[in-house]
Design a binder for this molecule. Structure first.
Ligand SMILES: Cc1ncc(COP(=O)(O)O)c(C=O)c1O
Length: 404
């Protein structure tokens, strides 16, 4: 089967981002479900499931070790996948470290970055871009947000000093969908001699990303939010930075020579990939990248922007609803309903076949800033269309009637 059938792609484009039934049907996990929780994890297209089945079945063997042909072939495929990830985000293949996901990538940088000191985070960060820095002992400053929920880069500029060694911001907020002006953030960080890490978890599935153009120093993302498998993600780092960083974990594969007296390490990125890697998941990630690129990130972004526009417009007409985040949010709409806990919203919507997320979204400092214990969040993917928006609105009208 073609990655994305020509017919489905044509219909998807011609309908201006409307649902292509065939495209949706390529996701066995979606079908007639109104799945609006893609920011938590994306459903997988059949081609990704097939690629993993092949990698774990007829093609399966270890990498980097075997002397037999199948292992050599798997090693070639594994390294080809690394090249594919590099191409996808505009980096070099020797700058891509395979990790379990964004969480592990940030823990790795927090542990191995050679200059522990002051860092600047923002009020909207996911816990995985807060706690690793705390654990590693950095001193943390917090950049405030603009009234519509973007990272306030004027404030960042005023706060940054020569003492800051790193700035770590979400490229796209997982709660508000706000998109960072990453190029400006890089310029501000570099002006004071700090490095910029971008948490790209919510950006890579919905925006074209080019790390060279953004001029960041580290970029991290998780495969499972990009229509790929869980348990795999990538850290991109400038080679000259990766080369200065000590290993994060020790074990097989990451060494040059081991003796009881002294061990020397392989060069980056291998030095950061201790143990047998997630071979099957790497093959799934590669297939997912092929899949989204066949559709095109510009087209995906436009499609989700239209769904966000429709959703915000429809929810604005329900007078007990408050919307959060900017009008031009990328693929994500957070909201609350007066007098109704988001968990009740989520439970009633579930009865209507609509899956949203309700909670603090692993962003408790942001909830505190909003003065809320939780929000309801609808997040879109390439399989969603206006029928999902309509189902959400119908469900919310029912919530309103029940609690009215
Ligand atoms: C912005 C952001 N950063 C980091 C993460 C953590 O990703 P993972 O749990 O896949 O490591 C998430 C997941 O929700 C996220 O949305």
């Amino acid at each position: 089967m073609a990655i994305v059938s020509e017919r489905a792609l044509g219909r998807w484009e011609n309908e201006g981002g409307g649902l292509a039934r065939e495209l949706r049907d390529q996701f066995p996990g979606v079908r007639d479900w109104h799945y609006l929780d893609t920011a938590a994890t994306a459903q997988k297209p059949q081609v990704v499931l097939d690629a993993m089945m092949r990698a774990g079945g007829e093609d399966y063997a270890t990498v980097h070790r075997g002397v037999y042909a199948r292992s050599a072939n798997m090693t070639l495929a594994y390294e080809a996948a690394r090249r594919r990830v590099a191409e996808f985000i505009g980096g070099r293949e020797d700058e891509i470290v395979f990790v379990r996901g964004a969480t592990e990538a940030i823990n790795l940088v927090a542990h191995s970055f050679p200059r522990k000191g002051r860092i600047l985070l923002s009020q909207l960060e996911h816990h995985s871009n807060i706690v690793p820095w705390q654990l590693a002992g950095y001193e943390i400053d917090v950049c405030p947000l603009t009234p519509d929920g973007c990272i306030d880069l004027d404030a960042a500029e005023a706060m940054l000093t020569k003492d800051h060694v790193l700035v770590a911001f979400a490229h796209v907020s997982n709660v508000l969908g706000s998109v960072l002006d990453a190029k400006r953030a890089a310029a501000l960080a570099h002006k004071v001699g700090a490095k910029l890490l971008l948490d790209g978890c919510q950006a890579v599935p919905r925006l074209p990303v080019d790390v060279a153009e953004l001029d960041c120093d580290y970029y991290v993302f998780s495969g499972h939010k990009l229509y790929g498998p869980t348990g795999i993600g990538a850290l991109w780092g400038r080679k000259e930075l990766l080369d200065t960083m000590p290993p994060y974990q020790g074990g097989g594969s990451m060494i040059d020579r081991v003796t009881f007296e002294k061990t020397t390490y392989a060069p980056a990125p291998t030095r950061f990939e201790a143990g047998t890697p997630a071979i099957v998941e790497v093959m799934g990630l590669r297939a997912a990248i092929d899949y989204v690129e066949a559709i095109g990130l510009d087209a995906i972004h436009a499609h989700e922007a239209e769904l966000v526009r429709q959703t915000r417009e429809a929810l604005r007409s329900i007078n007990s609803i408050t919307l959060y985040g900017p009008e031009d949010a990328a693929g994500i709409v957070s909201f609350s309903m007066e007098g109704v806990h988001p968990h009740d919203i989520g439970t009633i919507l579930d009865e209507e076949g609509v899956a949203i997320r309700a909670g603090h979204h692993c962003a408790q400092p942001l909830m505190e800033h909003l003065g809320l214990p939780a929000t309801a969040r609808a997040s879109f993917g390439i399989y969603n269309d206006e029928s999902d928006v309509a189902a959400l609105v119908r469900g919310l009208e029912r919530v309103k009637r029940i609690f009215g």
